[in-house]
Write a protein that binds this ligand. Structure first.
Ligand SMILES: NC(=O)C1=CN([C@@H]2O[C@H](COP(=O)(O)OP(=O)(O)OC[C@H]3O[C@@H](n4cnc5c(N)ncnc54)[C@H](OP(=O)(O)O)[C@@H]3O)[C@@H](O)[C@H]2O)C=CC1
Length: 402
């Protein structure tokens, strides 16, 4: 049932209040959720501590209010949230807890301004959005359950292999403990993990799959983040033979099934991980479009998958421009590869990016924003710019604009 006209009018009238107090509302809401033992384990505590998650939700609620007359404008945002929720095994029974915390937070922060009409309108608007998400998430869960090797909930995987890629980046190959096939992921997707980290409790994390789709394993590649609870734990403690709880591949940053246009990958740092899955997938295809990789890293020593990128360039599968931000010592020249000193900038991007291509962007938030803005300024249509980010979409540009 569509939202009532009265609710849409009231929600629209609340936009200035959300602009002023949205963050205070979501911070208050998360405080309530984190003291609720039915639901607290669903959240990434680090994203709470650095404020990313409340900020991301505040932007998302504001975007919802601004588009309340036509929520279809938010379909990309809703798809992204639904995929994240499926990765985290969010279920319909979790939604009432969130709705209650949100309404209590609105009442608390807005005080006398939160009239009964306003509270009723937000109750209806939340219920409407919750239904949209629940329905979409159920579709994805059913699709996972129906797929060969698919599963819902948590499945136990064994670390079959550990490989040090660079001084601060490690790859782990995961095989299912039950020995049954795994569902072939769509290149670019991630796995979600439920981790029991001594001293930190239960943490949930997403890591991109860096291998091409296969029926018996996945590979993830993790860079050590300074002070990062989960990445440091993986680096320091996870070894071959350890078992981990994993949920089925999720995420909408994926290659379309067929690709006629040239493809340009724009990545920085560990943003190369989902790109590697896509590259190895395309490399295995008989027919493929021209593929150009533009990647930024600090030095040749920090470059993840350097050897594989060179193999693909040598085979003529890709061409690449590599940008080294912190050294003038470039690696030796190689066929198909051009090395540069300095960061990839938006003007450099103009020299390397073909206008009719399909673009895939992954890396730190600042990098994403710079690259997406540069592409948009070059009139690349939105639907040809695909991007992925980890963590919460704590920048408003990435919530709705990109
Ligand atoms: N699927 C996903 O969503 C994935 C997301 N990620 C995310 O990608 C990010 C990668 O981080 P990390 O590997 O630590 O990256 P780094 O901070 O190590 O940066 C990597 C390179 O990118 C350059 N760079 C940073 N910002 C910009 C910018 N605005 N414009 C141009 N170049 C830039 C850096 O230059 P300089 O040396 O000058 O800083 C450096 O050369 C993380 O935030 C991680 O969460 C990673 C893997 C998968």
């Amino acid at each position: 049932m569509p939202l009532s006209a009265q609710t849409r009018t009231i929600v629209t009238a609340c936009i200035p209040a959300l602009e002023a107090h949205g963050l205070a509302i979501t911070q208050d809401m998360y405080r309530r959720l984190l003291s609720n033992e039915n639901i607290r384990d669903l959240f990434n505590i680090s994203h709470q501590k650095n404020g990313d998650q409340p900020r991301a939700l505040a932007f998302a609620i504001l975007a919802y209010a601004r588009h309340i007359d036509d929520p279809t404008a938010l379909k990309d945002m809703i798809e992204r949230i639904a995929e994240k929720h499926v990765g985290l095994n969010i279920l319909p029974e979790h939604y009432p807890h969130v709705g209650k915390a949100l309404l209590e937070a609105i009442a608390h922060v807005l005080g006398d301004q939160a009239t009964p009409d306003i509270m009723e309108a937000w109750k209806e608007a939340y219920g409407f959005l919750a239904d949209v998400l629940i329905n979409r998430e159920q579709q994805i869960y059913h699709a996972h359950a129906a797929e060969k090797g698919g599963w819902t909930g948590w499945r136990s995987f064994r670390i079959a292999h550990r490989h040090e890629e660079t001084a601060d980046t490690v790859s782990f190959t995961l095989s299912p403990a039950d020995g049954q096939p795994v569902m072939r992921h769509r290149p670019g997707q991630y796995l979600s993990f439920r981790l029991n980290i001594p001293g930190a409790g239960t943490e949930r994390r997403n890591y991109s799959i860096s291998s091409a789709p296969a029926e018996d394993h996945y590979r993830i590649t993790i860079k050590r983040q300074a002070g990062g609870v989960a990445s440091c734990w993986f680096h320091d403690h996870v070894q071959v033979g350890n078992m981990l709880d994993v949920s089925a591949p999720a995420g909408d940053f994926t290659l379309p099934p067929t690709e006629d246009r040239p493809v340009v990958f724009l990545s920085a740092g560990s943003g190369i991980t989902p790109v590697m899955s896509m590259l190895d997938t395309l490399a295995a295809q008989e027919a493929r479009p021209p593929i150009h990789v533009i990647h930024g890293t600090q030095t040749p020593q920090t470059e993840i998958f350097a050897r594989r990128i060179r193999e693909l360039a040598k085979a003529g599968t890709i061409t690449a421009d590599l940008f080294y931000s912190q050294t003038g010592h470039l690696p030796p020249r190689m066929e198909g590869i051009t090395a540069h000193t300095g960061r990839l900038t938006s003007s450099e991007l103009g020299n390397h990016a073909s206008h009719d291509a399909e673009f895939y962007v992954c890396g730190p938030t600042g990098f994403l924003i710079t690259m997406i803005q540069a592409l948009r300024e070059r009139n690349i249509p939105r639907e040809r710019i695909h991007y992925e980010m980890f963590g919460s979409a704590s920048d408003p540009f990435l919530v709705t604009q990109a």
